[in-house]
Design a protein around this ligand. Structure first.
Ligand code: NAP
Length: 247
């Protein structure tokens, strides 16, 4: 039987009408940056659970998840109404392989996220490991509109701490924008716009790519990267592109 433990809300951040970060205390088992936990609430006498990535680094407290409200969904609209002191449920054992210990040796690490899937990458980037392992790290973050570009303070702190090592490339796909890329991540790989913006080349020789988010993006980005001679990474068959489909 699934073991659940109680979590207590510490803070609820409303980025806009649909995007929420929930900070909470709970006795979780140790986790690796990039992993997710199962979050649940009792709804109509049934416990409904969904996976959410931890945004906090393993050494940081409180814990944090980032999600969008799916209006017709059973869980997220209710999670979004929780206030400090309210409780919900979590399965304390974290899961997932979108972690740096699954990434083979590479010189450059490229992280591509859409929407709320930036969470696991922020957890990774707030640890020391990537900065000692990779010469350059590029974070590409694709959202529809400018007001969905959450966690910019965290991104700026990372840019300030690692000015020569870290590149942040935001994508805004449904609003005109001059200072950001206005196309989707796969199209920008194809056109070379992403590499131009990052000042770095994606190559099988030097790069490892982690993909997280919209399943269409994962699929399309992998196709574009394969055209560059990169292959999906598997434990038994090392490659250059890692992704996790769990939603
Ligand atoms: P989203 O639907 O992924 O949309 C955000 C961006 O993705 C937009 O710029 C959109 O571009 C682009 N996009 C959509 N389809 C695409 C495609 N086929 N190829 C390339 N780009 C595409 O954002 P979201 O609703 O926040 O979804 C995030 C995804 O991450 C969900 O699937 C979620 O399950 C998953 N995830 C969530 C968490 C978490 O903890 N919450 C963690 C990991 C993963 P357009 O404007 O052009 O459509």
């Amino acid at each position: 039987m699934t073991e659940w433990v109680q979590a207590t809300v510490v803070e609820c951040i409303r980025w806009n009408d649909a995007l929420i970060s929930l900070r909470f205390e709970a006795e979780l088992e140790p986790f690796n940056a990039g992993q997710f936990i199962r979050v649940g609430m009792d709804i109509d006498s049934e416990r409904i659970g969904r996976p959410y990535s931890l945004v906090n680094a393993p050494h940081e407290r409180p814990h944090e998840i980032y999600f969008n409200i799916v209006p017709e969904g059973p869980l997220s609209p209710r999670l979004a109404q929780l206030q400090p002191g309210d409780t919900f449920w979590v399965v304390p054992k974290p899961n997932g392989f979108l972690t740096l210990d699954e990434v083979p040796e590479a010189r450059h690490l490229w992280l591509f996220a859409t929407g709320t899937a930036i969470g696991p990458f922020l957890s990774i980037l707030k640890t020391a490991a990537p900065w000692s392992r990779f010469e350059k790290i590029v974070l590409g973050y694709s959202v529809r509109t400018r007001n969905e570009l959450s966690y910019q303070e965290t991104v700026h702190e990372l840019l300030e701490s690692h000015p020569a090592q870290f590149q942040f490339v935001p994508f805004i796909t449904r609003e005109p924008c001059e200072d950001h890329l206005c196309q989707r991540i796969p199209a920008s790989i194809e056109s070379g716009a992403l590499e131009q913006k990052a000042g770095l080349t994606l190559t099988p020789e030097f790069s490892h790519v982690l993909l997280c988010g919209n399943s269409g993006m994962l699929q399309d980005a992998l196709i574009r990267l394969e055209k560059r001679g990169m292959q999906r990474h598997r434990r038994r068959e090392p490659g250059h592109v890692s992704m996790e489909k769990y939603h």
